[in-house]
Design a protein around this ligand. Structure first.
Ligand SMILES: CCCCCCCC/C=C\CCCC(=O)SCCNC(=O)CCNC(=O)[C@H](O)C(C)(C)COP(=O)(O)OP(=O)(O)OC[C@H]1O[C@@H](n2cnc3c(N)ncnc32)[C@H](O)[C@@H]1OP(=O)(O)O
Ligand code: FAD
Length: 663
């Protein structure tokens, strides 16, 4: 039997309707149809071929990506693609490039932080790509600490202009994507100075390049910051360095939704909180959570299919060896990741709806849910990207030696994905933001009832004193038992930190001293959100034979896997006995055997094309070994029998040996 037959047999074992699961994964039939259409459009167009990428040099790789981006823009226009379709198209092309910044950061920054007048002027230009923009916030010396940025924007009364300047080497903008070679404009974050007074960091629209010949404008020095981790991966993007030598822009190019500077040089703070200036980061963090489930599902799909094809040991009487997916250790490493992909998918949908709600409230000048939205996006961005990056690497190891080959698709995926742990808010820094929100919520509880994702803190009294009543492994198959365990663990960790901080005379000092515990408490809070969201999702109608049941199994896998992994927390906070923790682990193993027959069908439900996976190991048809061979043969080193350099550097050594042997 070959891999092709193995996967065919595996697919027959499925206990649920795969087509219905595809819809559940996508969120709706319409969402499925859009993403499916765009995936196929990309997969079937030779322009979007990407197998040659790892062998290209940086310049060729960059040019190749520009070519694809231009062709994609033509398709978007020729086919009149909707915004949603265009987003999926870009996603499936699967090569980071300047358009990510244009659509995910530049346009949202104009939308969220521009005044109505500014939006009328700049949005049509950006939306039709007459200008190409980037988001220039981070500098050489400051990324996380936005208030520490050094670039200055000084108001000049006489000319009614701002003077944008990089006063030090460390104030150079450093990292913005698309900035080195493509962007014509940037939203530049700089300290506003009026008459010698500092007014904090604000965004300014600055033109970098000529719209005629693309040359850099006077006063601008811009370039690429150099190759990044991995060979292909993020190196299709021109992350840049940018310096300003007293560049002048009109006053009306400061983004003026949150605060304004008048012609007279008066600084006016409008009635919206200044944190709205951070709004672009909040919306991108939500996109990043959604992207995590896509990246993890991709790695899990490759590792699961390959694990069903790969056989090692266990052959008796000349029979077939054991499929590695049948080893309990393989299952205990793989199936929690499969469950996590679904968990992240559902939490990202929930986060999107939270975001929509916040946006509507903001329009009605209700800012009450802004801190919670910030904490949720920051915390879930941190949780999902960290778990996804680790998960991709685990999937590589699950594929043994072949996982290390570029043709497995996993090294490139990891190198492309791992910066998500750092960009758009470094993960630990983000978890500390969640901690701030939680500690503040606890401190305000005497006069303010916690709501939303923090509402369980309002039930602190019972949660601080309850004990878990689980007596058998089956008792863990109960959503309320699970939620109660996660709520209790989170509440006790947060309260413990809050009480210890309160003992410090200086609360900031206390926060800093306890920051490692606070990060763990924040993680507990965020895991509770993911687990509860999964459970809530299962309360909705989910059509299709066996679909809901399979998702229920995955939901328990996700929750009990976390419980097992963090059992130290659950035991230390005194909610569980070691016996109850051990019963949870027993139940987890039983659940793995329920996932096993459905594993291949579950990863098929992601509906990933072979083009998107770009993995010989993860091929839908399972024809792994012949295709591995074929991919290896295509390596440039195999172009000739005697490689370049052999005659020059190896032959002389061999000949020298011959000479010595003769002596
Ligand atoms: C993979 C594909 C995905 C698709 C996307 C593709 C896009 C392209 C790919 C990558 C692009 C990457 C782009 C970037 O990386 S852009 C740069 C991003 N930079 C950051 O994220 C910086 C992180 N730092 C911060 O966000 C902040 O500075 C901070 C650390 C959160 C704030 O620190 P600080 O305490 O100094 O804060 P302030 O004094 O300014 O604020 C005080 C209070 O405001 C609250 N706060 C902070 N941020 C927000 C927010 N966003 N919304 C609401 N409220 C906020 C903060 O908690 C304080 O509250 P308090 O109640 O304590 O007063
Ligand atoms: C691929 C990529 C693309 C990017 N694209 C853009 C872009 O388009 N535009 C843009 O403006 N920026 C961009 N960035 C920059 C990115 O946003 C920053 O690198 C990120 O915000 C982290 O900031 P930093 O580099 O200053 O890290 P640092 O804050 O210097 O982090 C270093 C270490 O210090 C720790 N640390 C920092 N502060 C604290 C604290 N208060 N408490 C405890 N620990 C702390 C962190 O946990 C980390 O371990 C990009 C970065 C990458 C990698």
């Amino acid at each position: 039997m070959e891999g092709v037959d193995y996967l065919r047999d595996e697919r027959k074992k499925s206990e649920f309707d795969v087509e219905a699961m595809k819809v559940a994964w996508a969120g709706s039939r319409e969402a499925f149809q859009v993403s499916d259409r765009m995936a196929k459009l990309v997969a079937n167009d030779p322009v979007f071929e990407k197998f040659s990428k790892p062998t290209l040099g940086r310049k060729e790789m960059f040019k190749n990506t520009l070519r694809k981006a231009a062709y994609a823009w033509k398709l978007i226009n020729d086919l009149h693609l909707t915004e949603e379709e265009a987003k999926w198209l870009r996603h499936y092309i699967d090569e980071p490039n300047y358009t990510d910044l244009q659509w995910e950061m530049f346009v949202p920054a104009l939308e969220g932080q521009g005044s109505e007048e500014q939006k009328r002027k700049w949005l049509p230009l950006a939306q039709t790509m007459q200008i190409i923009g980037t988001y220039a916030q981070t500098e050489l010396a400051h990324g996380s600490n936005v208030q520490g940025l050094e670039t200055t924007a000084t108001f000049d009364h006489e000319t009614d202009q701002f003077v944008i300047h990089s006063p030090t080497l460390t104030s150079s903008k450093w990292w913005p994507g698309g900035m080195a070679k493509v962007a014509t404009h940037a939203i530049v974050y700089a300290r506003l100075i009026i008459d010698g007074h500092f007014y904090g960091v604000h965004g300014f629209i600055v033109q970098l390049r000529s719209l005629e010949d693309h040359s850099t404008l006077p006063g601008i020095t811009v370039g690429d910051i150099g190759m990044k981790f991995g060979h292909g991966a993020y190196n299709t993007m021109d992350n840049g360095v940018l310096r300003f030598d007293r560049v002048r822009i009109p006053r009306n190019q400061m983004l003026m939704r949150v605060s304004q500077v008048t012609k007279e040089g008066k600084y006016v703070q409008s009635d919206v909180p200044r944190q709205l200036a951070y709004g672009t980061m909040v919306s991108v963090r939500q996109t990043i959570v959604s992207d995590a489930s896509k990246a993890l599902s991709r790695a899990v799909c490759i590792a699961t299919r390959y694990s069903a094809i790969r056989r090692q040991f266990g052959s008796h009487d000349g029979g077939p060896e054991t499929q590695v997916i049948d080893y309990k250790t393989q299952q205990s490493r793989l199936f929690p990741l499969l469950a996590s992909a679904f968990a992240f998918r559902f939490v990202s949908e929930w986060l999107k709806s939270l975001q929509t709600d916040v946006k509507q409230r903001l329009e009605a000048k209700d800012f009450s849910t802004l801190p919670e939205a910030h904490a949720c996006t920051a915390g879930l961005k941190s949780l999902t990207t960290a778990a996804t990056a680790d998960g991709i690497e685990e999937c590589r190891k699950l594929c043994g030696g072949h996982g290390y080959l570029i043709s497995s698709g996993l090294p490139e995926l990891y190198a492309y994905y791992v910066p998500a742990c750092t960009y758009e808010g470094e993960n630990v820094v983000m978890m500390l933001q969640v901690a701030r929100f939680l500690v503040k919520t606890v401190s305000e509880m005497s006069y303010k009832q916690p709501v939303g994702t923090a509402d369980y803190l309002g039930r602190m009294a019972p949660l601080m004193h309850n004990n878990c009543d689980v007596q058998t492994a089956e008792d863990w198959l109960n959503p309320s038992a699970i939620v109660k365990a996660f709520e209790t663990r989170a509440v006790r960790m947060i309260v413990d930190c809050s009480q210890r901080i309160a003992k410090f005379e200086n609360q900031e000092e206390g926060f800093a001293e306890l920051s490692t515990d606070l990060v763990e408490a924040s993680l507990a809070h965020c895991q509770l959100i993911v687990v509860s969201t999964f459970i809530q999702r299962l309360k909705q109608e989910i059509p299709g034979k066996g679909v809901k049941q399979s998702l229920e199994v995955l939901c328990y896998v996700y929750a009990l896997y976390l419980l097992h992994k963090h059992q130290g927390d659950f035991l230390a906070t005194g909610y569980l006995t070691s016996k109850q923790a051990s019963l949870a682990n027993d139940q987890l193993k039983t659940l793995y055997s329920k996932v096993r027959p459905n594993a291949i069908a579950l990863v098929d439900s992601f509906n990933h094309t072979d083009h998107y996976l770009s993995s010989v190991l993860g091929r839908y048809d399972g024809n792994v070994y012949p295709k591995l061979y074929e991919a290896a043969r295509k390596d440039p080193l195999n172009d000739s029998d005697i490689a370049d350099g052999i005659n020059q550097y190896v032959q002389p050594i061999l000949k020298q040996k011959l000479h010595l042997a003769k002596l």
